[in-house]
Write a protein that binds this ligand. Structure first.
Ligand code: ZN
Ligand code: ZN
Length: 84
């Protein structure tokens, strides 16, 4: 894959706007994920060697994109997974 190194102003602006939008969400997403992880740990899930791949189920063997942009392993969406 070629990297885009020679960007137009419009492309630079598009990337900057993406960065700004994603940055707005980042704090909220991190808060929700931190709380989700601690909730699972408090309930005895995800401790020690057991890896929680999905934050809303226990059957997921790891994110892999399947049909309809849902997980092939557990059918939940990427956002629910422990991959961020
Ligand atoms: Zn799942
Ligand atoms: Zn999954």
């Amino acid at each position: 894959m070629d990297l885009y190194t020679d960007l137009t102003d419009a492309q630079k602006r598009a990337l900057k706007e993406n960065a700004d939008d994603l940055e707005k969400l980042r704090g909220q997403v991190e808060d929700v994920r931190r709380e989700a992880m601690s909730r699972l740990k408090a309930a005895g899930l995800g401790n020690g060697t057991v890896v929680i791949n999905c934050l809303i189920c226990t059957v997921c063997e790891g994110w892999s994109e399947g049909d309809d942009r849902k997980c092939d392993s557990c059918s939940h969406r990427w956002f629910s997974h422990n991959v961020i």
